[in-house]
Design a protein around this ligand. Structure first.
Ligand code: UD1
Ligand code: UDP
Length: 360
């Protein structure tokens, strides 16, 4: 059985690392890995392949840095070419990026079945590029691997047939369990940055809605600078955010916190585990905050991972006013929610592989 996986962006490398390992250990399964090139800086791509021991991609399409239409369109054409040549039994796509949509669309048009990992997430905000990518990918998919019961319900409400949906748990939790041990052994990031455990706030920001609006980005950066005056803020800056900060003339704000380049996954895990508080707009980081039981403030009006808000681990704040954000972040250090096993027990990857193998 030949499975062709399409990845391109940072969180997809992490998810695919876990799935790919299990696929390749599975008798009779051959994986062909396609990297679209959506993320291309070494610290957004290569570092993950090295640290997480992901096999070299069989195809690297080198498509990134364009607009949504340019990226998706060019990827669609290039992936179609690969599919015609490889003729896989399944195409596996992850999450909600432009690479996800291009992979799903190229496959479904060639009548190659599509499996979607992290299906069924919804923010109900159609202005998010990710929301459109998710909806279209889910509706193009033959197998939908949902991480949570909420995701299952979202899919059923949209009329997707129940027998296509599999509640498997969250592959990011599997990755956290597997690589968490390695991170403890290998990462020296706390020493390198001179950080004390539970003595800093970890921040990440990259959503288009937060970076592309000048005033919104200013408010967020000002809030982080205000927090930093009381507790050090470690801020690995996504390239999108750095570029917008430069365009808007906000470099000065980055000097008011401990801004770094994006870090590798093992360093990120250590930064997360030891943070007092996490402030983020990332989907993956919200969940990882919970995996390590660190209180999280999400700088968005809504989230796809609603359970963490309901259970008291995560607090949403619409990034409109710097002082309110800063005070919310500073005051959530003791926020403790209810325990849950809603992301599974580290078996998501194996369940995905079993379903795929059973689908022959
Ligand atoms: C993408 C995903 C988003 C995901 C995020 C993970 C889409 C629509 N968005 O957002 O869902 O949460 O990845 O990080 O697919 N850039 C670089 N170097 C890189 C990568 C990006 O300089 O290695 C810069 C380029 O200017 C690029 C911009 O960042 O144009 C945006 O990159 P893009 O991949 O389009 O979107 P992200 O914001 O990274
Ligand atoms: N991450 C990382 N280094 C960083 C920032 C994030 O390794 O500097 C990891 C993080 O631990 C999580 C994933 O990248 O596993 C989340 O990706 P991102 O925030 O880019 O995207 P999202 O999850 O919002 O789609």
């Amino acid at each position: 059985m030949k499975i062709l996986s399409v990845v391109g962006a940072r969180p997809q490398f992490i998810k695919a690392a876990a799935v790919s390992r299990a696929l390749r250990a599975s008798p009779g399964v051959r994986e062909v890995l396609v990297h679209t090139g959506q993320h291309y800086d070494d610290n957004m791509s290569q570092v993950f392949f090295e640290e997480l021991e992901i096999p070299e991609p069989d195809y690297h399409l080198g498509i990134g840095g364009g607009t949504h239409g340019q990226n998706t369109g060019r990827m669609l054409e290039a992936i179609e070419g690969v599919l015609l040549k490889e003729k896989p039994d399944w195409v596996l796509v992850y999450g909600d990026t432009d690479s996800t949509l291009a992979g799903a669309l190229a496959a479904v048009k060639l009548h190659i079945p599509v499996a979607h990992v992290e299906a069924g997430l919804r923010s109900f905000n159609r202005r998010m590029p990710e929301e459109i990518n998710r909806i279209l990918t889910d509706h193009a998919s033959d197998l939908l691997f949902a991480p949570t019961e909420t995701a299952v319900q979202n899919l059923l409400r949209e009329g997707i047939l129940e027998n296509r949906i599999h509640l498997v748990g969250d592959v990011m939790y599997d990755a956290a369990l597997h690589y968490g041990v390695k991170a403890e052994r290998k990462s020296r990031i706390l020493e390198r940055l001179g950080l004390q455990a539970k003595g800093y706030v970890l921040a990440t920001i990259h959503r288009a809605e937060n970076t592309d609006d000048r005033e919104r980005l200013r408010v967020i950066l000002e809030a982080l600078a205000e927090v930093h005056r009381e507790v050090p803020v470690v801020f690995p800056v996504h390239p999108r955010t750095r570029k917008r900060a430069e365009i808007f003339g906000f470099e000065g704000y980055l000097e008011k916190v401990l801004a770094t380049e994006p870090v590798g996954y093992l360093d990120m895990v250590m930064l997360e585990k030891n943070a007092r508080i996490i402030a983020t707009d990332s989907g993956g980081v919200q969940k990882e905050a919970y995996f390590y039981r660190v209180p999280c403030v999400t700088l968005r009006a809504e989230t796809e991972w609603v359970e963490l808000v309901e259970l008291g681990w995560n607090q949403l704040i619409s990034p409109l006013d710097a002082h309110t954000i800063a005070q919310t972040v500073l005051h959530c250090a003791h926020m403790i929610g209810e325990e849950t096993d809603l992301y599974g027990s580290g078996q998501a990857v194996q369940r995905i592989v079993n379903v795929l193998r059973g689908s022959r």
